[in-house]
Design a binder for this molecule. Structure first.
Ligand code: GZL
Length: 338
């Protein structure tokens, strides 16, 4: 392998894992599907530690990486499903180190607890590419991060609520908000929570009544929403940090005899923008869905290509994202593949 030594240029850090450099695959590049393989003609072996299969988004993320790192392109991909346990991810990384893979791709379930195992990968000379979520560790312990700006996603949710209340002349009314958070300590949960708070903190009349984790799953999202409804009789807005939890919350709201969405008793702000949720946006059942793009495989493939050819790579790469409401969702719905 030519280039694990390619120095990753440390970029100026913004929030989370760093500044963003867009390497969206260009049409002309995509035409050349012959992928760089190692000088010795062997396949590039990649060990992928995936968090689990907790959500539609996660499955789409796994599929994106498996579609990009194919045998036809010169890869031998080993995928491990950690079933939402950090200790399983650490075991998988140690297995990949002992198997002497060429690259490790890691989607870290939480931000902390990675220094030791990332040190072991560095000592073994194996570059680590972070996918999706980020780690709170020395940036020298990973080569690059391909992900999404969850703080910006949270900000977008706050700005949508601001605009929506302005349109209804309710910006300075008392607004009662509950938040269904994702996995505690994940960069996705932290970014979305802090991003939304950066807008909400400007309004003393926005009351965040409660904030609990539904762990990004439908079942837990329903359970927490039932608790919220039992505790707070006058909820105006639910901020749900992924569509799977939103689906659970919707069941709880309906079972409580309340309405939701555009013109409903409770407004729903969701994240991910998977097809099933965008259908509900189109029907006005979900007010707004903040996209988090799981299609990261092609970005990871192009990063590995650069590294294999001895080219420097940036410290962070962003995938593009939108905000969907009933106003714009229809034109994108049919293109949504997950
Ligand atoms: C976000 C990602 C989150 C999604 C959830 O970057 O880590 O994890 O929002 C998924 O659907 O479970």
């Amino acid at each position: 392998m030519v280039a694990a030594l390619a120095a990753a240029m440390a970029a100026v850090f913004l929030w989370g894992c760093g500044a963003f450099q867009d390497i969206r695959p260009q049409a002309e590049e995509a035409a050349d599907e012959r992928i760089y393989i190692q000088d010795n003609g062997e396949m590039v072996i990649v060990g992928f530690s995936q968090i689990g299969s907790e959500s539609i988004w996660r499955t789409a993320n796994t599929n994106s990486i498996q579609r990009a790192l194919t045998k036809e392109r010169g890869y031998f991909l080993i995928t491990d499903n950690a079933r939402q346990k950090q200790e399983n991810q650490i075991k998988a990384i140690r297995r990949y180190i002992s198997q002497r893979v060429d690259y490790i791709v890691l989607s870290p379930i939480t931000e902390s607890g990675w220094d030791t195992v990332l040190e072991e990968a560095r000592e073994a000379g194996i570059p680590v590419i972070l996918a999706d979520r980020c780690v709170d560790a020395d940036a020298s312990l990973y080569t690059t991060w391909v992900g999404t700006d969850s703080f910006q996603e949270g900000e977008k949710a706050g700005r949508w609520l601001e605009e929506n209340l302005k349109e209804k002349n309710r910006l300075y009314e008392d607004i009662n908000i509950v938040i269904l958070q994702g996995t505690p300590g994940s960069s996705a949960e932290r970014g979305r929570t802090e991003g939304f708070a950066s807008v909400a903190s400007r309004y003393g009349n926005w009351h965040i009544l409660d904030c609990q984790s539904g762990d990004f799953t439908t079942a837990k999202g329903k359970e927490i929403m039932e608790q919220f409804l039992a505790s707070y009789p006058d909820i105006d807005v639910v901020v749900s940090q992924n569509d799977d939890m939103t689906f659970g919350a919707m069941e709880a709201i309906a079972e409580a005899g309340l309405t939701m969405g555009v013109g409903g008793d409770i407004a729903l702000i969701s994240f991910d923008a998977v097809k099933e949720a965008l259908e509900l946006v189109r029907k006005g059942k979900i007010n707004v869905d903040i996209e988090c793009n799981p299609e990261q495989g092609e970005y990871i493939h192009r990063v590995i290509q650069k590294l294999e050819q001895g080219l420097a790579v940036e410290k962070a790469y962003e995938v593009e994202e939108m905000v969907f409401t009933y106003r714009n969702v229809t034109e994108y719905l049919d293109k949504r593949t997950y």
